[in-house]
Design a protein. Sequence first.
Length: 215
Amino acid sequence: MPWVWFDTGENYGCSGPAAPWNPGTALARIRPHPGDGGKIAIQYVLLYSRDCGDFFASGHDGDVEPFALTLAPNADCPDGYGVYAAQTVAHEGTVADSRETQYLGLSCTWGRLGGGTGVLFSSENKHGNYLSTARCDRGGFWGSDHCSYGFQVPYNVLNVGERTRRRINALGAYQFPNEYVWFGTAFCGSRGACGGHAGSILSKLNTDGLLAPAY
């Protein structure tokens, strides 16, 4: 899991429930990579109570933002695997769909737990994920996204298992009552009924097209 940075212009409370003083909730599905069974695919989603909107895009309740890592064998790493590639997807399925990939050379230290400097940028109020501020500032609806080293938020990462071998389904104990991983229902950020603009957690975790590359 990388370090997650929010923009200086993020509205107060918009990153919620994640805050510098309260770790956010990130879910992870871990499996053999469908493009190369010798590698490991990790699909993450960061969860938010709401998308606060921006100049050219309205907000909505609930927000599910994906990014992914591919791990490959590396005998020099303590766990036997290094980070081969990372990929972010912002505004998936819209005219502003933006994807950024970095190849990381089987790094043993990329990310927070590895003691490295790998970072993820969450765009101002909309929470699209990017690997660089340069790509972020060209992203969004007509260049509306913005990212910076404004403030950092820690995340607790939960391995949710598989649909037929669930480790976690109900998210009530993880800051999101009445929300579920594997039911395929629209994620509303525990704010009651919503229009389904965020999609479902299941759809993000199950879509192979959101994975980081295997080659």
